[in-house]
Design a protein around this ligand. Structure first.
Ligand code: GDP
Ligand code: MG
Length: 710
């Protein structure tokens, strides 16, 4: 995407509708550099305006203020400091505001308006106000704030977007736009006196107008995080940092002596100013209170002490059960499609290495994963709904106390839940956790949440070896086994978190301020776009690895070829067989044979590769040209030393437990290395997870045998 286009930045609170507006403005014309799930990375896209000019739009992480407390906020604060210094300045800022929550949302807007960049306020969610017969006088609001424009709109009902585009055109075509915020904090004289030495210092560094300098001084004094970021961004040298620290400490001391809390000084002054301003804008009416109480009444049930968790568990169970039910038919289609394609290729090409590679390596390997796509998409679908309706925030709220006990916080819940889909977006989402220690613990245990890549392994093992038996009339043994695997991973994550929290030292403490968004109908478009994007990412990223592994594996499994054509080729003698056999003594106590051993190794690329490995191993071993259903192949496998079936429910259970714990995803370690900026954490992660997997499987298999299961 060209970078010399006028840049427009989208800023706003989390859940104010930034992404929805971003999508409306850019359509499919966007470059997403982040992982699926949370808007952590910047998303950029081009938007075509009515006069055919193009602008580049940048979606920024959601924040409540420019104080850099969490990592998300730091990203935004850092960016705005750069703008203030004249680097990468956008032509305009769209400040997205939830119209139903004006004063809280305008907090950030008022800070943004101090940057000297034209601000267009997108007064979003007006549909909800309209439904409650409320209006906002946007012209009056615009005058009061001194914003470039205030556009009432609804990203959900898709109106107001033309007006927004028109304002963008206006901003980029006009030259020398006068920018001036009409809402400035009143800094009382005695406070101004106290912060004056700091202001003077700042003024000497960069010559800005008095008010801006005072605001900055106030922010640096108010929050240590802002102070640190400032020193970093302005490249202060050691001596400067030292003298600024002294000035700051002195100011803090004096403020506290006045009986004020320096930690909330900026917030206090700003909210005071906003309240005074908004008082003149009569828009809050009785309905607001009534509506809130409806949401509160729902909350009384959904976040009830024991009813809440019960509802949550029931929901999870329902989701996993419906994954099985809904996915069956599309899976059958994909299965027969892959089978058909394989047979077709068998007929099309003459026998030879190339045909074998295509049919036995690529088609059978990739097909074995593709078949699980419906399940993964359904899981992503439900997770996105829970997130978008605002229910996840309630879960976080409910869990905060419990999470505190194990060294985590309510904000850890959402990343951990995302981990059910994929650890990678989950790990990236931990950036919203403002305490370093809690963030680290969350990252360390996150891969224990059963991600969707384990789903194929569970599904294969459960489908083949766990009987489809009703339990207590309405439950089902297969569904329960699946829930148990998720439960096992989750509970272990909790225990490990509690243990790790004793070993990690605190670096800065957390302040738990949690957003409780109103319940909301998810936007169908954005819901399906999310499912599509995450699905695509899964197929694209996993697909590449799976294709490569399938080929390598086929090579390993098909070579070295026997010297003469008379001796029939056996996989026992292949490279793969040799590796598998070599590790067999180590894994035999877990009930695994050498074929599973080969799968364990290839699973390092991604867990689901086990399925395609087994598919490839069994197809290669089968000398015929026909596809054998992998399930059938597993069921038919006989243990040569006993004459009994090789795979029993106990072996299947041992395999599943191993996959609950084992560290088997290279992509995850790469992300952990990135996010923690050290090799230490990913290495510790691999070591503890592998140890856990081995011990747990050993206990399951040996224990099961002792109890008389086979
Ligand atoms: P972001 O966190 O600021 O990027 O917010 P999103 O764009 O992800 O939107 C948060 C939620 O609000 C989603 O569930 C959207 O469907 C919903 N939403 C966005 N815009 C509107 C709107 O104008 N009206 C209503 N009722 N809901 C909206
Ligand atoms: Mg967003």
């Amino acid at each position: 995407m060209a970078t010399n286009l006028p840049l427009i930045a989208l800023l706003g609170n989390p859940n104010s509708g930034k992404t929805a507006i971003f999508n409306l403005l850019t359509g499919m014309n966007q470059k997403v550099s982040n992982y699926p799930g949370i808007t952590v990375e910047q998303r950029r896209g081009n938007a075509q305006l009515a006069d055919n000019s193009t602008v580049e739009i940048m979606d920024m992480p959601g924040t409540y203020s420019l104080t850099p407390e969490s990592l998300d906020e730091k990203i935004v604060a850092q960016q705005t400091l750069k703008w203030l210094n004249g680097t990468d300045r956008p032509a305009a800022i769209i400040s997205v505001v939830d119209a139903g929550n004006l004063s809280r949302n305008l907090f950030l807007t008022s800070q943004v308006m101090e940057l000297g960049i034209p601000v267009i306020i997108a007064l979003n969610m007006m549909d909800r106000l309209k439904r409650r017969n409320q209006e906002i006088d946007s012209v009056k609001l615009q005058k009061m704030l001194g914003a470039h424009a205030v556009i009432p709109m609804s990203a959900q009902e898709k109106w107001g977007i033309d007006e927004l585009q028109a304002e963008l055109t206006d901003v980029i075509t006009k030259e020398n736009i006068e920018v001036c915020s009409h809402i400035q904090m009143k800094i009382p004289e005695e406070i101004e006196k106290i912060i004056n030495p700091v202001s003077k210092f700042l003024h000497n560094k960069s010559d800005r107008d008095n008010y801006i300098t005072n605001v900055q001084a106030l922010r640096l004094i108010t929050r240590k995080s802002a102070f640190d970021l400032f020193c970093e961004c302005e490249n202060l040298n050691g001596a400067e940092i030292k003298s600024l620290t002294l000035l700051r400490d002195k100011a803090i001391h004096e403020i506290d002596e006045l009986g004020l809390n320096h930690r909330i000084l900026e917030a206090t002054l700003r909210f005071e100013m906003l309240d005074n301003t908004l008082k003149n804008l009569s828009l809050i009416n009785q309905n607001e209170i009534k509506h809130q109480s409806r949401s509160e009444r729902v909350d009384e049930i959904l976040t009830h002490k024991w009813l809440g968790p019960l509802i949550f568990l029931t929901l999870l169970y329902g989701i996993f059960q419906s994954i099985f039910i809904w996915a069956t038919i599309p899976m059958q289609y994909i299965d027969s499609g892959v089978g058909y394609l394989g047979n077709y290729c068998v007929q099309l090409f003459s026998p030879g290495i190339l045909r074998d590679l295509l049919v036995e390596g690529i088609i059978s390997g990739v097909g074995a994963i593709l078949i699980f796509l419906p399940q993964i998409l359904i899981l992503i679908f439900f997770m996105t709904i829970l997130e978008d309706t605002g229910y996840m925030a309630r879960v976080a709220f409910m869990m905060d106390k419990l999470m505190n006990k194990i060294g985590l916080q309510g904000k850890s819940v959402l990343p951990l839940m995302s981990g059910y889909a994929c650890a990678i977006p989950g790990i990236m989402a931990t950036r919203t956790i403002d305490s370093w220690k809690e963030r680290m613990i969350t990252i360390m245990v996150l891969p224990l949440m059963s991600c969707s890549a384990r789903l194929p392994v569970y599904a294969l093992m459960i489908g083949a070896f766990i009987p489809n038996k009703p339990i207590l009339g309405f439950l089902n043994l297969q569904g329960l086994t699946m829930v148990f695997m998720y439960f096992l991973g989750t509970v272990t994550a909790m225990i490990i978190a509690a243990i790790i929290s004793r070993f990690i030292e605190e670096k800065g403490k957390s302040s738990f301020v949690m957003e409780m968004p109103p319940y909301r109908m998810p936007l169908a478009v954005s819901l399906f776009r999310q499912v599509y994007m995450r699905g695509k990412l899964f197929v694209k990223n996993a697909g590449k690895i799976i294709m490569a592994i399938s080929i390598v594996l086929w090579l390993l499994a098909s070579f070295p070829r026997p010297e003469s054509n008379t001796t029939s080729f056996s996989i026992q003698n292949s490279y793969a067989g040799k590796i598998g056999h070599a590790i067999e003594p180590v894994i035999a106590p877990l009930g695994f044979d050498w074929k599973i051993g080969v799968g364990l190794i290839t699973s390092f690329a991604a867990r689901e590769v086990l399925v395609s490995t087994l598919a490839t191993l069994y197809n290669v071993e089968d000398e015929g040209d026909d596809f054998i259903g992998i399930t059938e192949a597993l069921k038919n496998e006989v243990n040569p030393s006993t004459g009994l079936p090789r795979y029993t429910p106990l072996v299947a259970l041992s395999i599943m437990v191993f996959y609950v714990y084992a560290a088997q995803c290279m992509a995850t370690f790469a992300i952990v290395k990135n996010e923690t900026n050290s090799w230490k954490w990913p290495l510790i992660m691999i070591a503890y997870m592998m140890g856990l997997a081995y011990i747990a499987s050993l206990m399951v298999y040996q224990g099961g045998q002792m109890l008389g299961f086979v």
